[in-house]
Design a protein around this ligand. Structure first.
Ligand code: HEC
Length: 148
């Protein structure tokens, strides 16, 4: 008769643990949102990390690594246009200012060899993100190869 009690006790304990973890996460997000918007690294976690992974390495065959490409691409105008117009960026739910901040955070934190590049601004993002990018993969190959 002693056994059936244990699952009954275990269940509420488990759900309390789940609730408190959820609470901790909610608090974490509140801290990030104290200025009215999330910090760039929180936005990266929420909107981009699922595909790009925590360190930007991506997933072979599905999501290319951005670790070696961010700095070279962000250093030339057509590369910057690509970084803004690529679907993951352009079609995200982030505002122009938040997307600019996430791109700056990615360049600074996910590049294998970080190098200071011109910061993305809300104005630059706003001017470019709504122009569609056709043939994304070919454009990426062309820009990385440095072809004209
Ligand atoms: C559903 C998966 C997915 C999500 C979510 C995603 N991306 Fe991407 N991202 C990709 C893929 C795949 C590529 C390669 C280009 C392509 O095929 O679209 C890419 C390429 C990029 C590139 C170009 C870098 C390079 O080296 O080619 C940037 C910049 C980028 N993403 C930024 C973002 C940002 C910022 C977010 C979040 C707001 C985001 N992505 C969310 C899948 C994703």
């Amino acid at each position: 008769m002693g056994r059936p009690t244990s699952p009954i006790i275990a269940l509420p304990r488990e759900s309390f643990l789940l609730r408190s973890r959820g609470l901790a996460f909610a608090l974490l997000l509140c801290v990030g949102s104290s200025a009215g918007a999330y910090e760039p690294h929180v936005n990266y976690m929420l909107h981009c990390m699922g595909c790009h992974t925590p360190d930007g390495r991506g997933e072979p065959g599905r999501v290319p690594s951005v670790r070696d490409t961010l700095v070279p691409l962000a250093s030339k105008p057509e590369g910057r246009r690509f970084l803004i117009q690529v679907p993951g960026s352009a079609q995200s739910k982030l505002s122009d200012a938040d997307l600019a901040a996430v791109l700056n955070w990615m360049v600074d934190n996910l590049s294998a060899v970080p190098r200071p590049v011109q910061k993305f601004t809300a104005a630059e993002v706003g001017a470019l993100r709504h122009k569609p990018l056709v043939a994304v993969k070919q454009e990426r190959r062309r820009l990385i190869a440095g072809e004209p």
